[in-house]
Design a protein around this ligand. Structure first.
Ligand code: SAH
Ligand code: DHB
Ligand code: MG
Length: 225
């Protein structure tokens, strides 16, 4: 582990390729002032989400785990003017901070923050989906890791062939390889990775990352026909 080096390389990449602007800076400042934990994606990771959403040509994005809306801003900025992002957040306090940050970023017309346990909101979204709603082109799963496999199952119901599903925090300093772990987050993430491996409608991979957030990683899965 060499955290100072990872920090300085991330600072270099971020300054060059994912520089902050007023809305992003203010979102982190207000999140911090409200006492939210510093667990948002790093700026260069946010830019990665933005690029992946653009690559998808995403018109509808689902995010599970809003916090202060920092990753939401990066994702929503990839949408066309008539696009839509729905983000699910359990904490009313986090959701209130996120709404303020999204309004300041000029994204409140595109983004809907839904408050409640994500499994409840997903059940409601499932009913809307059956009734009329278009599928999501991209899903970013970044909430309570214990439910990762359930979030992945719901994502499959709410997407289409060609959609992209992204899971954050699949490495957690290496904890993911501990097959005898009793940590609910590790169990949930391992279950999600096993589901990606075995599901006939998913093709995926996982990559380790280092940077300002330490040693972690993402999993990506494409929904197949
Ligand atoms: N995506 C954000 C970070 C999300 S942190 C970013 O990168 O900027 C995880 C968030 O998930 C927290 O705000 C937490 O309150 C929320 N969360 C935890 N359990 C949840 C649940 N069961 N349903 C919905 N949200 C949940
Ligand atoms: C935690 C959650 C995250 O989504 C993250 O990216 C980093 C840390 C956490 O709960 O500790
Ligand atoms: Mg995360």
């Amino acid at each position: 582990m060499n955290q100072p080096q990872w920090d300085s390389v991330d600072d270099y990449f971020t300054g060059l390729l994912a520089p902050a602007d007023e809305a992003l800076t203010a979102a982190l400042r207000d999140s911090d002032a409200a006492g939210l934990p510093h667990i948002n994606v790093a700026p260069n990771q946010g830019k990665l989400l933005h690029l992946l959403a653009q690559t998808q040509g995403a018109r509808r994005i689902l995010e599970i785990g809003t916090l202060g809306g920092y990753s939401t801003i990066w994702l929503a900025r990839a949408l066309p003017a008539d696009g839509r992002l729905i983000t699910l957040e359990h904490s009313p306090q986090h959701a209130a901070v996120a709404r303020g940050n999204l309004a300041r970023a000029g994204l409140d017309k595109l983004v809907e923050v839904r408050i409640g346990p994500a499994l409840d909101s997903l059940t409601a979204l499932g009913a809307e989906h059956v009734a009329h709603a278009a599928p999501f082109d991209l899903v970013f799963i970044d909430a309570d890791k214990v439910n990762n496999a359930h979030y992945l199952e719901w994502s499959l119901k709410l997407t289409r062939p060609g959609s992209l599903i992204i899971l954050d925090n699949v490495v957690r300093g290496g904890a993911v390889t501990d097959a005898s772990s009793t940590d609910p987050g590790v169990l949930g993430t391992r279950a999600a990775l096993e589901l990606i491996a075995e599901h006939p409608k998913l093709s995926g991979t996982a990559v380790q990352t280092v940077g300002v957030k330490g040693y972690d990683g993402f999993a990506l899965a494409r929904v197949l026909a």
